[in-house]
Write a protein that binds this ligand. Structure first.
Ligand code: FMN
Ligand code: SF4
Length: 565
């Protein structure tokens, strides 16, 4: 019996290794398939995979243990992962955890003795407009109440008796009028193909478009560099990892405007001369996969993908969807490329930049979902139209994912240059004590600065906005952030690996009134060191929150009894 089961597993792995040409780049899809079939990736499976991909078993182990959604030992048949980010906590995630613990008779982190349920916390799952939310295996449930959580557990139990699978339930996200609405598929691509590739790059450059994933690098310049890089095999990657806590606008774009994202990728491919495309989708968005596959298939049938696209001789490009496996740092473009190559998502040293040597050493453009969708608007309505919106140094619009203490959480499209005060009025967040702009790695802005503008030159943001009402304890907020960063640091460099743990320890001391003034000064010094010496954006920005507390919320820190030195 055991041998038969192992034989089946070997056959599955062999089929998959064959499909991916025995290349290491197939490692994550293979691990996903094994995990989906067996619930974990056993030592036996790791060895088989290693043999068939021609790598060491230790390397496979290194990858399996890097990602949150792979495990080396069996878990419950239903793995419940409850989102633990600040918006979820504020909206009652702890009460949901208590309900689930009572229903299952276990604590978070445990598996029921019958092996049916495992209960875990997980970081933001991209559902903050509908918090609290949780995953049951790959299914997502939002707007949870303790009663609903109880019912979902019952549904899981019933599904075993009825042999029916459990389907997730999420709500429609509130949005204002998005300029994407009304876009007609093919418009941008048809226009682009009527132009010389260099003119497409020039059009995007003159629009003033800057990348909307957070860093704000000018899109036209990125494309120009990739176009100029030598070689004919180039790669376009759409970054749909959306792991920054509090952001969910890419989820909405992919759900409503997937055509525009794929079309933006195809325009980019034409502009830089790429043949290969990947959409790297975070595992938490598995529920979007059938829809995205269907859109891709329709586009292939309409000759919008494949060989000689729309009859343009020699222009061939196609897109493959690859799933992430739960690692925030994989949103960083070089870590994402490592992940696509079947490795741990560890950021690379730069230079070389991806536009010179990215996926498998090929010139690679990595762009955010929103950037690629917006490219369609630029080609459709013209660079001049786009450049008229926004501010001098931040052109066009931005989609904001708004959550937390506000009456109308959702996705809002606003021109760059909108002030925080204007945004709060729109979303019903007046009276807020502070707003987190740009997710946990962004800026914690106190109410005295709500006149500041959302713009790369003022308050830059990839789109995550979390509103904190007057009742919130900012040290609880900071503790939640640092717990996230400790969990998500890839561990490659010391300032980030050890520094985040030290900051978390310090914040806990502050919360308990046990941090001396001298210790606080040391912690702020450590923040500065981390910002300068960390290798990637994660460690460079994770100290932001403590610096903001020390600058703007000193009263909250000092109001706690401070231990004598
Ligand atoms: C820790 C970390 C996480 C990131 N996560 C994302 C992400 O989820 N999505 C994204 O588009 N960019 C993310 N980025 C930024 C990317 O590295 C990159 O700048 C972006 O994908 C480029 O696309 P754009 O120019 O269109 O914005 C992240 C950066 C860091 C340092
Ligand atoms: S800063 Fe942190 S996440 Fe980035 S490379 Fe260093 S250890 Fe990894």
């Amino acid at each position: 019996m055991l041998l038969t089961e192992q034989g089946r597993e070997v056959a599955l792995i062999s089929r998959l290794a064959e499909k991916y040409g025995h290349h290491r780049a197939g490692l994550l899809p293979i691990l996903h398939a094994v995990q989906a079939e067996y619930g974990y990736v056993s030592e036996f499976a790791q060895q088989q995979i290693a043999d068939l991909l021609g790598i060491q078993a230790a390397e496979v182990y290194g990858v399996v243990t890097f990602y949150h959604f792979f495990n080396t030992e069996s878990k419950g048949k239903f793995v419940i992962r409850l989102a633990s980010d600040m918006s979820s906590i504020m909206m009652g995630a702890r009460a949901i955890a208590r309900q689930l613990e009572n229903d299952l008779g276990i604590s978070v982190g445990e598996t029921t003795p019958d092996g049916l349920f495992t209960l875990e916390w997980t970081s933001c799952i991209g559902m903050n407009d509908q918090a609290p939310a949780m995953m049951v295996n790959a299914e997502v449930f939002s707007n949870l109440t303790p009663q609903r959580a109880h019912q979902i557990v019952e549904t899981c139990r019933q599904s075993l008796r009825s042999h029916r699978s459990v389907a997730g339930e999420i709500s429609e996200t509130k949005t204002n009028t998005l300029s994407y609405a009304g876009y007609k598929a093919e418009t941008a691509l048809t226009k682009a193909l009527g132009m010389a590739a260099g003119d497409v790059v020039a059009e995007v450059t003159s629009s003033g478009m800057r990348g909307l994933g957070g860093a704000g690098f000018p899109t036209g310049i990125k494309w120009k560099l990739a176009a100029a890089a030598p070689g004919t095999d180039k790669v376009i990657i759409c970054n749909a990892d959306e792991g920054e806590p509090g952001t969910f606008k890419d989820r909405v774009i992919l759900g409503k405007f997937a055509d525009m994202v794929f079309e933006g990728m195809t325009v980019a491919a034409y502009a830089v001369g790429a043949k290969i495309g990947f959409l790297y989708l975070r595992y938490e968005y598995t529920f979007l996969r059938p829809h995205l596959d269907a859109v891709l298939e329709t586009r292939r049938k309409a000759k919008l993908l494949g060989e000689n696209i729309l009859g343009k001789a020699g222009f061939s490009f196609d897109i493959e969807i690859r799933m992430g496996a739960g690692a925030y740092v994989c949103g960083e473009e070089s870590a994402l490329i490592e992940s696509l190559e079947g490795k741990r998502g560890e950021p690379r040293n730069r230079p070389p930049y991806p536009v010179e040597a990215g996926y498998n050493g090929l010139p690679t453009v990595v762009n955010n979902v929103e950037t690629l969708a917006s490219v369609c608007c630029i080609l459709d309505k013209g660079a001049a139209w786009f450049a008229k919106q926004g501010t001098e140094r931040s052109k066009g619009f931005k989609l904001l994912s708004v959550s937390g203490d506000c009456a109308r959480p959702g996705v809002y499209e606003l021109p760059w240059g909108t002030t925080l005060a204007q945004l709060l009025e729109l979303v019903g967040g007046q009276g807020a004590k502070s707003v987190q702009v740009g997710g946990y790695s962004g800026q914690l802005v106190p109410s005295s600065l709500f006149g500041h503008k959302l713009a790369f030159e003022d308050l830059a943001t990839g789109g995550s906005i979390i509103v904190y009402g007057p009742q919130r304890d900012m040290l609880e907020v900071a503790e939640n952030y640092l717990e996230f960063f400790v969990e998500e640091s890839c561990g490659q460099c010391t300032p980030c690996r050890d520094g985040n743990a030290k900051l978390l320890e310090g914040i806990r001391l502050l919360r308990h009134g046990e941090c001396s003034s001298r210790k606080l000064v040391d912690l702020i010094g450590l923040c500065g060191t981390m910002q300068i010496t960390s290798k990637c954006g994660l460690g460079q920005t994770s100290p932001n929150v403590l610096i903001a507390l020390n600058t703007h919320f000193k009263d909250e820190i000092m109001a706690r009894p401070v231990a004598a030195e």
